[in-house]
Write a protein that binds this ligand. Structure first.
Ligand code: GDP
Length: 432
């Protein structure tokens, strides 16, 4: 879905407006100048159109330190947005900082909807009209607090968006969706903070009451990714035993929404059943996979040797996934995540032409025929790649192939065509 960023300097009522657009009634976080806020995105709908709403922190382009960081985030938000809602406070009028934002917006060439907020009654509409002087087109008077004018504003936002893609085809393009998953305390939240480049905390309405998944757009090596359900990752609440069930539901939901999953494992402790369950779930859901062995700084020679044995024993079935040995604490090898994520996505989306596939299958079957069973020789007649993401092959056969032979075929397919970081699914259609 298209992305709409809401920007404006602190205290103009961005969060209130975001809540208004989302149709929430909860009290909102105060938009305090100087308080670090993350960009937080939400799924929104208006007139049957879905879009993603990104709430940015306050904006003060000329300020140092904190404010500069906030500004940087807002600039990133604008760069990744399809349209921008620029919020000004009609009761205050335009300030120099607004002008600075306007320059950034012009440079971005993104469609801008100008929201003149705090127009709580008809009398203040004249103040809104003075916002024409920003040169961003018609100001839309709105009262985020009372809802006045918000329907018209939403109509204007939809008009500013690029045409909706036809039907329900999956949206290509847009930031790739990454889920960081793993059992509690393995360092997911530390890793997210490290990857995002600085310590940040999600500011959400009424802490602890929200059940919305919160995604964040994060730039890694110049590529913007959408990190899925960061509220779930960052949740600090100790999970009571009853909550484990919900935690695993949340993990599964994140895996399903993701294109690529980074499964974080605590390298300093023995692998657990739960680690393996999460890995298996990623494979079965058909997502690209990257295994991050975290807390590498806590491992000694002996532990690393034992980990090697655990990998041979328990992780062979995930041998196709890239491993990175990292420390979210020291930052060791965290820079390898970006390239590994890209590689896994490339493997996940590999397409093999029918011609190449069948040339390969022909050679394979000739050199390694299926063993004869009951006087019959099952054979692969031909194959085709039915899907990508993950690569899914349909093999047309005479007779039924044994599971061991299928594993052999998968191994050879991987040797020939790659698919690093991706599950490969094989389906068999037997012709008798
Ligand atoms: P989460 O529950 O998976 O999000 O885990 P956290 O990020 O909250 O980390 C759990 C604990 O492990 C915290 O005390 C972190 O400081 C610590 N931790 C995380 N990563 C590392 C690491 O690479 N090395 C060390 N030594 N400690 C880490």
């Amino acid at each position: 879905p298209p992305v709409v960023a809401v920007v404006g300097r602190p205290n103009v009522g961005k969060s209130t407006l975001v809540n208004r657009i989302l149709g929430r009634r909860e009290a909102v976080v105060q938009d305090v100048p100087g308080v670090t806020r993350d960009r937080v995105s939400y799924d929104a709908t208006w007139s049957g159109r879905d879009f993603v709403l990104v709430d940015t922190g306050g904006w003060a382009p000329d300020a140092e330190g904190m404010a500069a960081q906030i500004a940087e985030q807002a600039e990133l938000a604008i760069a990744t947005a399809d349209a921008v809602v620029f919020v000004v406070d009609a009761t205050v009028g335009t300030l120099d900082t607004d002008e600075a934002v306007v320059r950034v917006l012009r440079r971005s060439r993104k469609p801008v909807v100008l929201a003149a907020n705090k127009v709580d009654d008809q009398r203040s509409e004249a103040e809104a009209a003075s916002m024409w002087n920003l040169g961003l087109g018609e100001p839309h008077p709105v009262s985020a607090l009372h809802g006045r004018g918000s329907g018209d504003l939403l109509d204007a936002i939809l008009e500013a968006l690029p045409e909706a893609p036809r039907s329900t085809e999956p949206v290509v393009g847009g930031p790739r969706r990454v889920a960081i998953v793993g059992r509690p305390n393995v360092g997911k939240s530390s890793l997210l903070n490290k990857v995002a480049g600085r310590q940040r905390s999600v500011v959400d309405n009424a802490a602890g009451t929200t059940v919305d998944p919160v995604d964040e757009l994060v730039e890694v090596d110049g590529v913007v990714y959408r990190f899925i359900d960061t509220a779930g990752i960052r949740r600090r609440v100790k999970e009571a035993s009853g909550h484990e069930y919900y935690a695993s539901l949340r993990t599964q939901a994140a895996i399903e929404r993701a294109e690529v999953c980074v499964v974080v494992v605590d390298a300093s402790e023995p692998l657990t059943e739960q680690d393996l369950r999460i890995l298996t779930s990623v494979e079965e859901t058909g997502r690209a996979l990257l295994i991050a062995f975290n807390k590498w700084d806590l491992t000694d020679e002996e532990r690393r040797r034992y980990l090697g044995r655990e990998m041979e024993r328990d992780l062979v079935q995930f041998g196709w996934a890239e491993h990175v040995n990292i420390s979210a604490l020291t930052g060791r090898h965290v820079d390898r995540l970006g390239p590994a994520i890209e590689q896994a996505l490339a493997g996940w989306e590999t397409r093999v032409s029918t011609g190449k596939l069948n040339a390969f299958l022909g050679r394979l079957v000739a050199a390694h025929p299926h063993p004869v069973r009951g006087g019959k020789q099952p054979r692969i007649l031909f194959g085709t790649q039915a899907q990508t993401a993950p690569p899914t092959f349909v093999l047309f056969t005479s007779g039924t192939l044994e599971a061991g032979y299928l594993r052999f075929v998968e191994r050879r397919l991987r040797e020939e065509f790659g698919f690093v970081g991706s599950p490969v699914h094989l389906q068999v259609r037997a012709r008798e």
